[in-house]
Ligand binder design. Structure first.
Ligand SMILES: [Mn+2]
Length: 235
């Protein structure tokens, strides 16, 4: 039988807890009360779409995604699985028109949730990159979670549609996401023939790069990873 009481065990656990937890606590204090740790929920409603999103940055890649667009769900599930960010995304959009608004607004809502969950971005690795091969396709993604939104999109699709989605919509999603998540985001398909592989490699590359960039770097303590002391495009 352990001589330690329950509170003593709790204190011992707290002592040995990784610095990630301390960082999370800092973020909690600086964020609005409804956010706990690196988690955020965003509800976004317009005349075109109604979307609720929850993200947990330090997750395990669990997802619950329903946008009404099968292929987009498939991509957002890849984003969660390969970033290890838990993502819940429920969207109801004006799909009787087309998939444009729902695609764009899901990018905005998930991006906003990530921005909120990142708080002041202290302690994050900030940069991430990935090369993703999928059969004949190779895509490179590099990003800076700098709060300076910018998209470079060098991706062309051989076909105008995948599933029920127009392939031109993927740039719209990445543009909306980069803007809302505060990312300088460069996506380049180096080569590829199959449109499904091309777009999927873009989402998987984003996921892997994002995973690196939002990771807490234990050597950085509470430091914002910028010599300016803050991360922001207008500063
Ligand atoms: Mn696929």
């Amino acid at each position: 039988m352990s001589p330690k009481t329950a509170p003593a065990r709790k204190a011992a656990r707290a002592k040995s807890a990784p610095s990630v937890k301390a960082k999370t606590a800092v973020a909690v204090r600086k964020s609005p009360a409804k956010f706990v740790g690196r988690v955020a929920t965003v509800a976004r409603k317009t005349k075109e779409t109604s979307i609720s999103v929850t993200v947990k940055l330090d997750g395990t890649g669990q997802y619950d995604v329903s946008t009404g667009i099968g292929f987009l769900d498939h991509m957002l599930e890849q984003l969660s699985r390969h970033s290890l960010i838990d993502i819940t995304c429920r969207a109801q959009g004006d799909l009787h028109i087309d998939a444009h608004h729902t695609t764009e607004d899901s990018g905005i809502a998930i991006g906003e949730a990530i921005t909120q969950a990142l708080g002041d971005r202290a302690g994050i690795a900030r940069y991430g990159s990935a090369y993703i091969p999928m059969d004949e396709t190779l895509t490179r993604v590099a990003l800076d979670a700098s709060n300076r939104p910018y998209l470079i999109w060098r991706v062309k699709f051989p076909r105008p549609k995948v599933g029920e989605m127009d392939t031109e919509l993927f740039k719209e999603w990445f543009q909306a996401f980069a803007q809302a998540a505060g990312l300088t985001l460069h996506v380049e398909n180096l080569y590829g023939e199959n449109s499904h592989h091309i777009v999927e490699s873009c989402f998987k590359g984003l996921a892997r790069a994002l995973r690196q960039a939002v990771e807490i770097d234990p050597r950085k303590a509470d430091a914002v990873p910028s010599t300016k002391g803050v991360l922001g495009g207008s500063l």
